[in-house]
Ligand binder design. Sequence first.
Ligand code: IVH
Length: 639
Amino acid sequence: MADAEYDRLFRELQQLEAKNPDLRTPDSPTQRVGAEPASALTKYRHRVPMLSLANAFDDGELEAWQTRIAKISPEVLSAGYQLELKIDGAAINLTYEDGILTVAATRGNGTVGDDVTANVRTIPDVPLRLQGTAWTPVLEVRGEAYFPLDNFARLNERREANGEEPFANPRNSAAGSLRQLDSRVTRSRGLRFFAFHIESAYPIPVATQHEVLDLLTSWGFDVAPHRHRVASLEDAFAIVAELEALVPTLNFESDGIVIKVDRLALHETLGVVGVREPRWAIARKFAPEIAVTKLLDIRVNVGRTGALNPYAVLEPVEVSGVTVSKATLHNMNLVEVKDIRVGDHVEVMRAGEVIPQVLGPVIEKRVQGAKRYKPPTSCPVCGTEVEHPEGEVACYCPNASCPGRVLEGITHYASRGALDIRGLGEQRVAQLHEAGLVRDVGDLYGLTTEPLEALDGFAKKAAEQLVEAVAASKAQPLSRLLFGLGIRHVGAEGARVLARTHGDLDTLMAASAEEIGAIDGIGPVIAEAVAHFFEEPKNRELIERLRSHGVSFHESTTTSGGALSGQTYVITGTLPNLSRTRAVALIETAGGRVTSSISKNTTALIVGEAPGSKLDRAKALGVEQLDEAGLLRRVGDVT
Ligand code: IVH
């Protein structure tokens, strides 16, 4: 089905359900998302404990396991084994009553987990209603929620573009994404789910683990690829080696193979060790994706905010299929705390798509005379004395015109998430800077083709293209400009909120930190940083130069011809169903504008729970007031 068709049907369903709430079923697609944020997760006691697995690190340990269980029940030797990838994510337990998903909970300590039903509902692989008929009245499906590596890489790109710390690894992020209080956050992360186990007090119509997986598939679940049924443990050894080689090609993390006695009747017989580990399964772990190599040098990058970022230059080493010669050392504090020294052997890890990182030194291998690392006291680019703000792990070059900072700043301005000036990457920026053509982003708009053509590697065509790309960037919306200016703490999302609420740069520049901070989604730290940025004479001067070049200072997201075209709205208080961002998006999509303060030109004030002083002002000015339902009627979302 085409996206547009899906959206249309989805909307129709939403409207039908709004009119007829009693027809809204728990498995309706509208129920996958939209639950209001919870204030805390509630605990959930598992009906049947969620087990963990014993580990085996080589074939010998697998043989020892088989010997142990064959003593209890010799039949295992002829029962065959089911081999499955061990998914490195977060275990969840799904309860289905009469085929309807009623509870989803994390593993927790195995006995008590967290109820994460609203979040799990947003995972598209989790059926809200079981397909087919071969299920029992009450049952539990267990499996692993995981972060697909491509989604994880995208999330981190987005975080970095927003000036946020990237997440360290997909597994912790999957667990973290599941435990969000706002299911919309979970949804935006793009988690997926593989099922591998059924718990049912009523008998299920299958006798083996490989049939369990088929049954799960028939109910609408996704099961992990590359599963194998083997007759003997010897056959399993070969498959383990085969699958291990395959892991780097997968779009999820897997840290081993789970080997399960295939015949379910034997699971009963074999039982559980203590309360934790079933005897009928074992995890054959892969060699860890950690390599040891020599640290040749510690170098320092200067970011656009002036933060000094240390990184390791390494003797090239292969880590999970990729040759690594550089790795992040995160921040100066970490190098100090872990006492990482040049010349040390260090452990290097690569998890999924993440930038390789140095875990720490191998102390036993330290050569005599290796000296403690001394963080630079002056900026490695411009020589200015470094600042180390109290309570922060990073140290900074405070010089705003430090070439290191300036180059990063211009590169950021031209980057995809900001003004998106094609063909202006790091190297080009450095070249233009060196040639004296560009000292700050304002200079970009004065570029002409002639001096560019004189530069190395700039054919006439490339020069023209760059000048054109720069000219095209003038029309970019204010949100991108705000992000591109590199105001401390203002990421892409913050910039969008600022641009939407103020509409144009002059209004924003005229606002006080207090007024800026009054916007939903803008905290005091951001507000202070924004106000401070526009107070700086140097920055004001830059803004005026951008203005004189015709750079757009407007958000101009208004679509002409929409139901709210030409109208201006202000929102106060908490709306019963819509988040602030959603409400703003609805108004803007309908062609309207949302601003932060009421004037006599305001079309209407949207009033939610606990409205602020804006309501008094609206009354004083005779501005119309609407509630959420009124707004929805106006944008045509509900008729
Ligand atoms: S079977 C009763 N199969 O590994 C079921 N577990 O270290 C026992 N895991 O908590 C687990 N992939 O969350 C099983 N194919 C798979 C698995 C798997 C990942 C997780 C599971 C468990 C943990 C144990």
